[in-house]
Design a protein around this ligand. Structure first.
Ligand SMILES: [Zn+2]
Length: 247
């Protein structure tokens, strides 16, 4: 089910074992070859496909598109929520639906900058909603093995506007990829001091990280399918109530 398309009576009639699916994205620069909304478009596509395949087990909430992107603000057009503002919105969505007696929540993330904030928000919510099931994970984490397998460049993990992200966009939104602008970027060696907090203008020339020139729609299709099927396995387990080992 899609929350935005339901009436209140239809929501009221839903089974409260339904898992509320909350995608989180961003609106931030993605180098010269991908649009600002890349993370939000990708995580929304994964979440919508999950809902299409599990319509009676998932309640899809509109994507939280304003992410924590302060590390991209040197590039024109990028927008960011404050760290606390971002967490507050997420907590209000969970709190609101908890008032409507939902108790299973899965935050599906599409932007690295949100990851630790999703974790903090859910840990704070767990103090209030102790018996609720609260989970979060990046869509790409479900596809890690596939990503490592299909990528041809030296980097075998998803980065930013990289071989993996551009491949996903070629599969899902080919019209939005500036093919003539594809570049490999951010290939400078890891910093000597590995604990540094860095912004993207410090580690890239044009805002991207990785080997975008090697991207193909076929790789994107494989990564997408892997992300969707991995997330579905986890969501079905949460729906069924198998949360703790041995239960
Ligand atoms: Zn991205």
């Amino acid at each position: 089910m899609v929350l935005a398309h339901l009436t209140w009576e239809e929501v009221d009639a839903l089974d409260r074992e339904t898992v509320v699916l909350i995608p989180t994205g961003s609106l931030e620069q993605h180098g010269p070859h991908l649009p600002m909304f890349t993370d939000s478009l990708l995580v929304t596509a994964v979440a919508e496909e999950i809902e299409r395949r599990l319509p009676s087990k998932v309640l899809l909430v509109p994507t939280v598109w304003l992410g924590a992107s302060a590390h991209h603000m040197a590039f024109a057009g990028s927008l960011t929520a404050s760290m606390t503002g971002y967490g507050d919105v997420l907590k209000q969505i969970v709190t609101g639906l908890s008032k409507h007696r939902f108790r299973k929540f899965f935050v599906l993330n599409g932007h690295g900058g949100n990851d630790s904030l999703n974790d903090i928000a859910l840990r704070e919510l767990k103090e209030t909603f102790a018996s609720s099931v609260l989970a979060h994970k990046g869509y790409h984490e479900f596809a890690e093995a596939t990503i490592a397998q299909v990528l041809e460049g030296p980097s075998k993990r998803i980065q930013h506007s990289c071989e993996a992200e551009v491949s996903l966009m070629m599969h899902l939104h080919p019209d939005k990829v500036r093919k003539e602008k594809l570049i490999d970027d951010g290939l400078i060696p890891e910093p000597a001091i590995s604990s540094l907090v860095l912004t993207f203008d410090e580690v890239t020339d044009r805002g991207a990280l990785g080997y975008a020139t090697l991207a193909t729609a076929e790789k994107g299709k494989a990564i997408f399918e892997s992300a969707v099927s991995g997330a579905i396995t986890e969501l079905e387990a949460i729906h069924a109530g198998f949360v703790l080992r041995g239960q």
